[in-house]
Design a binder for this molecule. Structure first.
Ligand code: ZN
Length: 287
């Protein structure tokens, strides 16, 4: 996949995250000209959009021109006021995508008994709103783990798509068993993750500064990672900004982004739809 590194005569280019070379770069080096074609592969990683079109749009604007392929870790709908709008946008983006537990529930693949009463009301409302073609799209989403381009995607835990990974003990299975050194997971709505090297698990906590900002994690050779991009549509890690990640594998960097969006506009649509107040209030708290 990384053809540039297999060409030792090509000099390494260095640049900052804010000034990236284009997809095809010509490097002039003495009398020789090297053409590096389409070697840069950056992945936009979205999870837990939860029918929040305003947050998704803000994330896509912030990430514009910074990715070549989208990976989506599931829970595209439920909780939020825009199930059809978000499903239409996701379809148009054509990501590599897996399903989440809420996708299964609203598509009727599981019943709502595992959900608390507030979540049951939202899931029932979402079922009533979704157009049949969008229900069909959601129902056919594959379960994780799915591997693509050297990365592995799961919604919850590596062994069980419905299990939460909050602490190192829950991360161990995915860190050891995934076929990829870098595995992305969602479900907890907490941005960050875990690393594993020589029998030691590390906890990765990144706190991007105010504004549309990212914190960068440099990947180390010989270390395995289980990383959560955070939730686009309903963050629960205390930061209400929309969360996502960009994986720049050519430069071995993962960017963990936070982007402000118009939370009040989403809350207004939720009130008008009659969605439960606890779901409306938590957007502003990021909890
Ligand atoms: Zn979720």
């Amino acid at each position: 996949m990384d053809r540039r590194r297999k060409t030792p005569s090509v000099p390494q280019i260095s640049h900052t995250a804010h000034a990236r070379p284009p997809i095809s770069t010509i490097i002039i080096c003495g009398p020789q000209v090297y053409l590096i074609a389409a070697t840069l592969m950056r992945f936009l990683i979205l999870s837990d959009i939860h029918a929040n079109a305003t947050a998704l749009d803000a994330a896509l604007v912030a990430a514009e021109d910074r990715w070549e392929r989208i990976l989506c870790l599931g829970d595209i709908v439920d909780y939020g006021p825009d199930p059809n709008e978000v499903t239409d946008r996701v379809k148009a983006l054509a990501p590599v995508i897996i399903r989440g537990n809420h996708d299964k529930a609203v598509a009727g693949l599981t019943d709502l008994e595992g959900f608390n009463p507030v979540a049951q009301i939202a899931a029932q409302w979402t079922r009533e709103q979704l157009r049949p073609d969008n229900v069909d799209y959601i129902a056919q989403l594959p379960a994780g783990p799915v591997s693509s381009d050297g990365l592995t995607l799961v919604h919850g835990a590596y062994q069980d798509e419905d299990e939460y990974v909050f602490v190192p003990g829950q991360a161990m299975g995915g860190l050891l068993e995934s076929p990829s050194d870098v595995t992305f997971f969602g479900h907890t709505h907490h941005q960050g993750g875990f690393s594993y090297r020589a029998g030691h698990i590390g906890v990765i906590q990144l706190r991007p500064e105010p504004g549309p900002k990212f914190a960068a994690l440099r990947l180390e050779a010989g270390t395995r990672y289980l990383l959560n991009p955070g939730s686009i549509g309903q963050p629960r890690d205390g930061d209400p900004r929309a969360a996502f990640a960009i994986a720049d594998l050519d430069h071995q960097v993962i960017e963990f982004w936070r982007v402000p969006y118009d939370i009040g506009a989403v809350q207004d649509r939720m009130y008008k739809a009659g969605l439960p107040p606890p779901l409306i209030d938590r957007l502003a708290a990021g909890r």
